[in-house]
Design a protein around this ligand. Structure first.
Ligand code: COA
Length: 260
């Protein structure tokens, strides 16, 4: 698929999707959100992809937010639609993706940029990264899931402070908050993220998809996560991966999962 604003390449079963508008610090305009949706959909359907890494091009920004120039004159209705469409096309799509999605945060992750990183299943940051939800400084609030996912990740009080002050935290503070799992140098970020992806890929992709659904159920209204876990756990027993995983253990060899 040909893209204007992003790059997508797959190597060793890892699809790396790079937001590629460095002159606008990779800000998310409508086209970029659509292209990201299309690239994720392609990765979902491709048997070549086992893990997705999302990152930004250049050395300065992961994503500096939603493209402010696009919505500056929006009405109440248009504003609501912008958030609804973005959440559906990209942010919820990524959060509920059946394959692991890792955000490699390589610089500013602000507003929609941090929301995209938070929609990913976990985050690794380079030491130059700066993260924040500055929307209230523009007279608006986070609209791509930020008011929900930030408190889930860092706790209510820290999220309240970050959102109310519109301030940025650096990579080490994000590590301390649990917003990112690891901090590396900028040079090592992708290699380190690939290494973690490599560890993930040794395991059963079917079981990982089940685990993602069960973990996400904890954060969904009206879902009983324990019940989802029981159902997903039971379903695993009907998979070829389970048979291979348990058999390999008993035969004292490494499992070779068929991914079914
Ligand atoms: N939307 C649209 N354009 C953006 C953008 C955004 N969210 N963030 C950066 N850009 C553009 C700038 O307008 C500038 O474009 P120009 O060269 O055509 O004028 C270019 O990216 C470079 O940004 P600049 O502000 O010159 O870089 P800087 O190093 O001085 O500052 C930031 C970096 C991240 C602090 C600053 O760009 C910023 O505050 N961006 C907006 C962050 C934000 O509020 N995001 C939430 C949106 S809801």
């Amino acid at each position: 698929m040909k893209f204007q604003n992003i790059l997508s390449e797959t190597e060793n079963s890892i699809t790396t999707i790079t937001i590629n508008r460095p002159s606008k610090l990779n800000a998310l305009n409508r086209e970029t959100i659509q292209e990201l949706h299309d690239a994720f959909e392609e990765a979902e359907n491709s048997s070549d992809t086992k893990v997705v890494i999302i990152t930004g091009s250049g050395e300065k920004a992961f994503v500096a937010g939603a493209d402010i120039s696009e919505f500056a004159d929006f009405s109440v209705e248009e504003g609501g639609n912008l958030a609804a469409k973005g959440q559906e096309l990209l942010f919820d799509f990524v959060a509920n993706f059946s394959k692991p999605v890792i955000a490699a945060v390589n610089g500013f992750a602000l507003g929609g940029g941090l929301e995209l990183a938070m929609a990913a299943h976990f985050r690794i940051a380079s030491d130059n990264a700066k993260m924040g939800l500055p929307e209230v400084s523009l007279g608006v609030i986070p609209g791509y899931g930020g008011t929900q996912r930030l408190p889930q990740l860092v706790g209510k009080g820290r999220a309240m402070e970050m959102i109310m002050t519109a301030g940025m935290i650096d990579a080490n503070q994000a590590l301390q908050y649990g917003l990112v799992n690891h901090v590396t140098t900028l040079e090592e970020l992708i290699e380190f993220t690939n290494k973690i992806a490599g560890k993930i890929m040794k395991n059963s992709s079917v079981a990982i998809a089940s685990a993602i659904r069960a973990i996400n159920a904890n954060f969904e209204d009206g879902e009983n996560g324990f019940e989802v876990e029981i159902e997903e756990f039971g379903n695993c027993f009907g998979t070829e991966d389970f048979k291979e995983g348990t058999q390999a253990f008993l035969e004292k060899r490494k499992a070779d999962f068929p991914g079914r």
